[in-house]
Structures are given as C-alpha cells and as structure tokens.
Write a protein that binds this ligand. Sequence first.
Ligand code: NAP
Length: 341
Amino acid sequence: MRGGETVLVTGGSGYIGGWCVASLLQRGYVVRTTVRDLSKEAAVRAALGKVTDPGNRLSFYAANLTADAGWDAAAEGCDYVLHVASPLGVSDPKDPNDLIVPAREGARRAVGAAIKAGVKRVVLTSSVAATSKGTLACDWTSDETVWTDPKDPKVSVYAQSKTLAERAAWDLIHGSATDTTLATVNPALVLGPVTSHDFSESVQVVERLLSGRAPGIPRLGFNVVDVRDVADLHIRAMTDPHAAGERFIAAANYAWMWDIAELLRANLGAAAAKVPTRKVPDFVIRLAGLFDKDLGSVTPSLGHKHDYASEKAQRMLGWKPRPLQETILDCASSLIGIGAV
Ligand code: NAP
C-alpha cells in the first residue's frame, strides 16, 4: 500500500479508467479523475462504490480530449498521471478524424499537462492495435518491438488512432527537457466484471453471446485480458523504476469465440440458454462481408491466430494475469447481475 501520493486518471467514467481508479484507491492513493462533464460524477461514484469506498480521497475534474481547458488544473500537484481516456470504435467512422483527433490531440494534452506539472511518470493506455503486424491472412505472434503502420489501408481507423496517439506521446516526452518519464500499457481485448450499464464496446463480445444477439459463431479469436489485471499493470508500470521508457502488452490467454461460448454454456446453466451453438462457416462471413464494411474488415483474419506476447510485463514487472475462465465468468455474472442480458 502506497498511501498519500496523488494520481490523476483520465476517463474515470470508462471501463478501464474506472477500474484503475478503484485499484488505486484500494492501494491507498489519493485519486483525481477527469470526466468530460461533471454531471457524470454521481454515476461514476455509484459504480465505484460497488468495488471500494473512496472516502474523501477521490475528486473530479472536467476536461475534454478535444479542448485545452481543464488539463493543467487536473494534473497540477499530482505525482503520476494514467492517461486512459480515448474514444473506442469497433466500426470505422465516416470521418477518420472523429477518432484520430481526440485520441492524438488528447494524448498531447494529457501528457503535456503531466510534463508541465512535473509528475514522475505518465502511463498511457495504448492498445495491441498499435503493435500489430500488417498481414492478416496468416498466423503470427507480435510483441512490443512491433509498431502498426498507420498508413496501411488495411489498418482500422481505431488502430490508426491508437498508434498515432502513442507515437505523439513518445514524441512529446522525447522532445521535452523533462524528468517526467513515460510507459505505455497496450491491452488486448479487455473483459471482466462491469459495474454499470455504461460498459466498454469490448464487453459486447460476451454480452452478444449471452443475449443471443449473435446468430452464430465465426472462426475469430482474440487475446483476452482481465480489466482488473489491466489496472494492476498500469500501477506496476507507474511505480516500477524499470518501466520508464517501455511499452508493455497486457494480454493473457488466446481464446476463439467458440471457446468463450463453450465456457459460458458449461458454467452458466439456464443463463447461457441463448448462447449460439452453431459455427458460422467462413464463406458465409465472406459473403456477408461484401455488403457490410465492418464484417469485410475481419474476413481476412478468419481462422488465423494473431497472438500478442505479454512475457515482458510478466518478466520485468512480475505481472500475473488471471485465468481466462475467471475473466469470462466474472464478466458474464456481472452482466447478468446488472440486468444487461
Ligand atoms: P470506455 O469504457 O468506452 O472508456 C472510454 C473513456 O474515454 C471514457 O471515460 C470516455 O468518457 C473517455 N472519452 C472518450 N472520448 C473523450 C473525449 N473526447 N474527451 C474526454 N474523454 C473522452 O473504453 P475502455 O475500454 O475503458 O477504454 C479505455 C482505454 O483503453 C482507451 O484508450 C482504449 O483505446 C484502450 N483500450 C481498450 C481496450 C478494450 O478492449 N476495452 C483494449 C485496448 C485498449 P465518457 O464517459 O464521457 O464517454
């Protein structure tokens, strides 16, 4: 428990941001969090209250990734900043700048304010989307040495936004005469318990299976990581002297969607009654992908394992991600518990 030090977490209203705030409070830190609109404070406090009692150690600041106002005041006097806030986007928006501008300019604003405040370290939440190899139609394993090419036309707008935001943060740190250091955490697909109905788009993987919204199961897979382990890795990257200047992939077990569906069916009884039992043949997805741009973008990945290695975080920072079953079942139980499925 490291009491007394103050940490700013951007985006405390989000899934990962909320769990970072909760984990820091549980470890004795004083926490500030930014939200776009202070009217969200009550909802964020209610969600956090399901995990921990913040007492008088939590305060809220208004700041938008797309505007200068609020960032300096939020960071001033802090020991550390976790810059988590960034828009998620499973589908490509019509205008790529809808995702790219808030991600990249927001990273510049948050990291810039952290440097101005002289914090010891900023941890930026990037993504495995910023560490991907170009070719989708084959199996591969990637690690922190790999950078996604944001100019590759096959790269999604979300992946571009995360790559450009992470690059902007490194450029700012390397180009400044500052003692503030930077580390990044690059999570894979984040699942695990939700505390409110306002959950991240990533949780839809489990929510769609449980609610029967997925007509069948395509041959797609992901590295899954638990939101509680992602928060833990942010705190390790924040405090470990060896983490300065490093990227850390947060990925645990690789799972095909079929494996996730089977886990739900095997453990949840009647609550898993709507989980599809049919596999969708690749040619059906390919055909549908001709008419649906989002589906079309995943068809090259069908049946291929794109794996992300997290040995670096485990070896350097002693990070230990939990088993897939615990993550999936806790995610499912929490969705059932709040009546979301
Ligand atoms: P989330 O629940 O949707 O949270 C996103 C957060 O960003 C929210 O707090 C949101 O605030 C904030 N935000 C978005 N646009 C903003 C803006 N213009 N100004 C200020 N705040 C803004 O998503 P999440 O899964 O927790 O994602 C958090 C971070 O993790 C992101 O950087 C994301 O790229 C990264 N990540 C997520 C996953 C995953 O599987 N979930 C995987 C890899 C990386 P509002 O509440 O006001 O909307």
